[in-house]
Design a protein around this ligand. Sequence first.
Ligand SMILES: [Zn+2]
Length: 139
Amino acid sequence: MKKKFVLSSFEFQKYFNTDFKCLNFLEKIYYEKDGVKCGHCSSKNISKKNKKTGFYFCKNCNKRFNVRTNTIFYRSKIKLSKWFYAIYLLQTSRGGISSLQLSKQIRLRQATAWFMLHRIKKAGKEKMIKWRGGVSIFK
Ligand SMILES: [Zn+2]
């Protein structure tokens, strides 16, 4: 059996230290298989990406969307890089991580950290998308 490769914390921070990098990563894994789809209705009848806002417009349901739409990152003001790091911490810690620990690590209020952990856990393991071996992201 192959040994599972997990990014070190140092490597992780190098790859995912900005929201731009995280967003690009998400677009790559979510849209790679069958192209860009509307996050609301899954239609492919969409406009080009607005370069300023990073949003697409769906000509089918007339809503705008981006890669965060209807994922666990949807409708949250928390930076994507913080979400990524929270998921990373959760998946690399042996006994899980408390909302207090997380809040200290990413410098957010404990209530916010609790909300994040709740969402991440709720997303369920079967929906995990794996990348680079050990680390994964939810949709
Ligand atoms: Zn749509």
